[in-house]
Design a protein around this ligand. Structure first.
Ligand code: F6P
Length: 407
């Protein structure tokens, strides 16, 4: 069997192509395969003397810029071909990371490479909410540093609109995989040839990758002090003091993204950690809000026992499936927690470190998404305030380590 493969990424901007390209790069490299990514945008930014980030540059009807983009595309293909043919006996994979959305462009790629070992991977994501958030994050890259965030958002959206006008989904190409990148799910798999590394590639695509996730609970809140559940209280002075210690603890690590719930106590801790970081953004999701205890919100456990003994009994009998009247249960949190995790994975791209600051029930559910637990045991997973979980997940390993924060 041949020992080389061209992987051609396909898809509109902000659909997770580069993230997947990087994941493939790292995973294949771990398997001692020589891999290189050829990114057209990178080449354009490196070689163009003029500014090429403005939307009209991506208008397919703009002949001058279209020719320039074509030039960079061919240049990258040539580089990829040289890379593959350097030492054909060695296992090699060239990943072409570009939009490649039109039939014409893909025909050109096939004829230029003149090889049969080509796999197209189309990244699709039509989840409007996550797209908006991803576009916003993308505007922080150096390409847009000369304009404001809202100008950059407009520019990127306009660029996407231009690409949409020439977008043809994969259809007749001999070997392709279409992926829903938000759900890391294969939508269509049509691989006719006996391609090298294909089993590995298929498996990488459906595996969530997390390099280092630090999963924390917020520090002591006013409600924790009074043993009350739910609510939206702030951190206590002790909570703030501990937050500072935690911030110092993580200060020697670069944490560019911190995900929180939209409740004050998690955001407050994130803000304190952020003060000790250089470039760090906080993103708050409702999906990570603490379990809604319905009629029991703002009560202590002993008040619940006295006022609603039937709730206390029923919850103790079957905690996972018990749903608080007018509130939630662990079981009804499943869907939103899964969505929150997928948002985190999508937005954190291939960052080395990310952090989630959640709550007791939320963190139990996050942990149970990654590690198998019987449902009846999930509501009792140990989630102390003074420790955190360090999580690493890839195709070859799953590590969960409960570590001390030295508070
Ligand atoms: O006490 C803190 C808290 O986060 C409450 O807001 C929440 O209702 C509770 O923990 C969840 O834990 P359990 O499901 O064990 O009651």
């Amino acid at each position: 069997m041949d020992t080389f493969l061209y992987i051609i990424m396909v898809g509109l901007p902000a659909r997770g192509k580069s993230t997947l390209a990087w994941k493939l790069y790292e995973s294949l490299k771990r398997d001692n395969i020589k891999v290189r990514i050829f990114n057209n945008g990178y080449l354009r930014r490196k070689l163009s003397r003029e500014n090429t980030s403005y939307p009209e540059f991506f208008n397919p009807k703009n002949k001058t810029s279209a020719a320039l983009r074509e030039k960079y595309a061919i240049m990258n293909l040539r580089r990829a071909k040289n890379f593959i043919h350097k030492e054909i006996a060695k296992k090699r994979v060239a990943i072409i990371d570009a939009t490649n959305v039109s039939f014409e462009r893909r025909k050109k790629i096939i004829s230029f490479l003149g090889e049969s070992n080509i796999l197209f991977i189309e990244c699709i994501n039509n989840d409007q909410e996550i797209l908006e958030e991803n576009i916003r994050l993308k505007t922080h890259i150096p390409e847009f540093s000369h304009i404001t965030e809202s100008e950059a958002i407009y520019s990127l959206k306009k660029r996407i609109e231009y690409y949409e006008t020439i977008y043809n989904h994969l259809q007749n190409e001999p070997n392709f995989i279409k992926i829903d990148t938000f759900n890391y799910k294969i939508i269509q798999y049509k691989v006719n040839d006996d391609l090298p590394f294909i089993d590995r590639v298929r498996d990488f695509i459906v595996t969530p990758f997390i390099k280092n996730l630090y999963l924390l609970r917020h520090t002591e809140s006013v409600y924790n002090l009074y043993d009350k559940i739910g609510g939206d209280s702030e951190l206590t002075p002790k909570g703030i003091e501990d937050a500072q210690k935690i911030a110092k603890y993580f200060s020697n690590k670069k944490i560019p993204l911190i995900f929180t719930s939209s409740l004050k106590r998690t955001i407050q801790l994130a803000q304190i950690i952020k003060q000790y970081q250089k470039n760090c953004q906080i993103i708050s999701f409702n999906e990570f809000n603490e379990i809604n205890a319905g009629v029991c919100e703002n009560m202590t456990y002993s008040e619940i026992r006295k006022t609603f003994p039937e709730i206390d009994r029923a919850r103790k009998t079957n905690k996972y499936f018990y749903v608080y009247p007018q509130g939630e249960g662990y079981v009804s949190m499943e869907e939103r927690i899964e969505r929150g995790i997928k948002k985190v994975i999508y937005l954190s791209k291939h960052l080395d470190n990310i952090m989630i600051i959640g709550h007791r029930a939320v963190n139990r559910m996050i942990l149970s998404y990654f590690v198998y637990k019987r449902q009846e045991d999930i509501p009792y997973i140990y989630v102390p305030i003074d420790r955190y979980y360090h999580i690493t997940i890839n195709q070859n390993k799953k590590i969960f380590e409960l570590k001390s924060l030295n508070l």
